[in-house]
Design a protein around this ligand. Structure first.
Ligand SMILES: Nc1ncnc2c1ncn2[C@@H]1O[C@H](COP(=O)(O)OP(=O)(O)O)[C@@H](O)[C@H]1O
Ligand SMILES: [Mg+2]
Length: 261
């Protein structure tokens, strides 16, 4: 069916005796932001890295744009929990890295790097090294590097998980703005899809059109909640929305409910 950007079909993964997930099914549509919420160690990173083609599955398959993923693709970008920056490269070189690998013309690389560094608010820091930046700024670099690829699929693995609460909220708001502008600007292209992993209930509701709640390992989908909070959103507008408290309580209960026998 058209509009299905990512299809996870009966995905199974194990590490030796450790069953990470089995028979996992999930579809992410064009223009959709899906947040995956689950307890630590349940297999979220493994699932996301499988979507990226970094980890082979033991069963089932993952399709992006209708074909099975077996290696990272140019139109899919990842933002890592621990930023994943190259410490010996400056901000500008870190942001440029992916687009350079994609083999785009120099002028396009330069234009994109400038534009996305400005978009994440790092203008003036191009020549800084990662160690000279705060955690929040380092993750802005990670975000700019992914966005500069102008991906059709943005995979985010708890990107704000190690930041302090205030920095985290600022970056959530900025990501909401960037994603919503991306949706608006997609033009003739199908709008981008985002898969955002988190263990924060509030973050999953704020950013997601749907929230997939996973159980503890082996990860199973406990429930998929639809977040009917209109975009454009801000963190403040989400928290003030009448459905927020109910969604939060539902997620809270699902995460803490004992695993069914
Ligand atoms: N490369 C690996 N080798 C062996 N076990 C792994 C490996 N990667 C992850 N695991 C195990 O798989 C489970 C899921 O890990 P992970 O996907 O990182 O969880 P999450 O991101 O939800 O915290 C954990 O029990 C973890 O210890
Ligand atoms: Mg993880």
């Amino acid at each position: 069916m058209s509009g299905e950007r990512i299809v996870v079909e009966s995905a199974a993964k194990r590490y030796g005796e450790v069953e990470v997930f089995d028979e996992l099914d999930l579809t992410v549509r064009d223009g959709e932001a899906v947040c995956i919420l689950g307890p630590s160690g349940c297999g979220k990173t493994t699932l996301l890295r499988s979507m990226h083609g970094l980890i082979p599955l033991d069963g089932g398959r993952i399709l992006i744009d209708g074909s099975a993923v077996s290696r990272p693709r140019r139109n899919v970008a990842m933002v890592f929990q621990h930023f994943g920056l190259m410490p010996w490269k400056r901000v500008r070189e870190n942001v440029a890295y992916g687009v350079e690998l994609a083999g785009l013309p120099r002028a396009t690389v330069d234009e994109r790097v400038d534009r996305y560094i400005a978009m994440v608010g790092l203008g003036g820091f191009e020549r800084h090294y990662p160690y000279q930046l705060s955690g929040g700024m380092q993750q802005r670099v990670g975000l700019a590097r992914a966005l500069a690829l102008e991906p059709d699929v943005l995979l985010m693995d708890e990107p704000f998980g190690s930041l302090d609460a205030q920095t985290r909220e600022i970056l959530q708001d900025e990501l909401l703005g960037i994603y919503q502008r991306g949706l608006a600007a997609s033009g003739s292209k199908p709008p981008p899809a985002m898969v955002f992993i988190t263990h924060s209930i509030e973050e999953s509701i704020a950013l997601g059109d749907r929230v997939v709640v996973l159980s503890a390992r082996p990860a199973r989908i406990r429930e998929i909640l639809t977040v009917a909070i209109p975009r454009p959103r801000t963190i403040a507008s989400v928290i003030a929305h009448p459905s927020f408290v109910e969604l939060r309580d539902r997620c809270w209960r699902l995460l803490r409910a004992p695993v069914a026998a």
